[in-house]
Design a protein around this ligand. Sequence first.
Ligand code: ZN
Length: 534
Amino acid sequence: MKAALDDATLEKKIARYVPVRIEFDRGRFDDREYEALKYLVAASRVMDELFWKQAFRKGVEYRRRLEDPQTKTERLLAHYLKINYGPYDRLDNMQAFIETGPRPRGATFYPEDLTKEQFEAWIEKHPSDKATFQSWFTVIRRKPDSKELVAIPYSSHYRDELKKAAELLNKAAGCVDNESFAKFLKSRAAAFLSNEYTQSDMDWMDVKDSRIEATIGPYEVYEDHLLNYKAAFESFITLRDAEQSAKLSKVAAYLTSMEKNLPIPDENKNFERGQMSPIVVADLIYSAGDTRAGVQTLAFNLPNDEVVREKKGSKKVMLKNVSQAKFDKILTPIAARVLDEKQLEHVSFDSYFNHTLMHEVSHGLGPGRIMHEGEKVPVNLVLGELYSSIEEAKADVLGLYNTLFLVSEGVLDEKLREGALVTFLAGVFRSVRFGIHEAHGRANLMAFNYMVDKGGYLFDPHEKRYSVDLEKAPAVVRELAREILMLQALGDYPKTKAFIERYGSMSDNMRAVIATLADIPVDIEPLFGVEDEF
Ligand code: ZN
């Protein structure tokens, strides 16, 4: 096996991930929970093996060959292979760091030489194949000795692994006292064997008041760059955070007041929405597979099955200890270089995590269905490809706006007033490092540029540091909230486009500051304490 890069370059790339131990506290679990965890971790490891297989044809083979590294290069390769679950760099456009061909766009989900056009032509010619070919849970193969394509269900293609995972989930269910959680584990086990996942997704939505939760199976389709059809295996084992969940229900009680308080005319407010969709705050105990590769997930929103979403909605799970790790190892050092030193005291994990919560809550506020050409239509249809950036920007600014509101109502702690404004400023510099062509990065950038433009954020050209004008910033936040909400309320495509163009690019000042952050890690590499137990 030959490295495609020299040792120094590999070392630099690996250093972008800072190792962090995700602690496991045995004392937080009783004996039955501990027993259940043992099986859940084992089942997660099966997901991990499956993802190694899905991500790259020779992934498992490469990993084995590097199991006992003899040279420095081999040691570096082994480490980076493990971070990326294969020889392709997930922070650098999937460039190979081991000499091998370019990454097949469809990973291992399709024959490597199959093109999108051939796939679509096949469906055109064989319309009855459409459902199974486009299914999230099949792989596409060529029949031996012919050009004929065939869809193979995961339940057959990965039969041995899925049988094992099903057994483990059933054993875990036997140790779980919470009925709704046990029900999910059993129905997910059944899904592994039947390839029918809808019922188990429904049961996942119905899990109630369980301290331990598991999200395990084939979920996201991002690994399939060819067609975005095929789901990759992953697992999250989590422990619910009672304190934060209580805080969320307190905030949820203010949903209508927050809608009323939006800085737009009453006729543009939206009182039609029902309940806030469920948000769970939890600590991650263990993760495996797709989610463990490359950049670590802070929060996920599942299921993806539209049938389930229509009946049950979706559930957002936010991982507090992962957020804390990223805050400590990445955001704190960034803040120290980016912010005026006098304001560093306002940077806190509480403020950071509060903003991510309020960001999520704020997605549920503001214009939903609007009048457009005489019809009531969802605003996302009217704004098309501009929608995700402007919706994320809305959630960012309303996250600030609503925090200030709830502080003034006495619902949130006073410290969050300055904390929210200053910590958000530092956070912008963390998120734009992942690129500004993605909705979240661009949204952060737009809020930032607007604040600078209107004097809410100040730049010191001599020190090359930013600060918040704490007197002025709340009014600028309000003004920005109003502008973005009205773009949505009126479904004004040209104005939205102009807004994104005006505020969606990086200034030279910002670039200069970002250049000073090159040695700060981009993400974490989690090392799970629970692995010492089982
Ligand atoms: Zn969002």
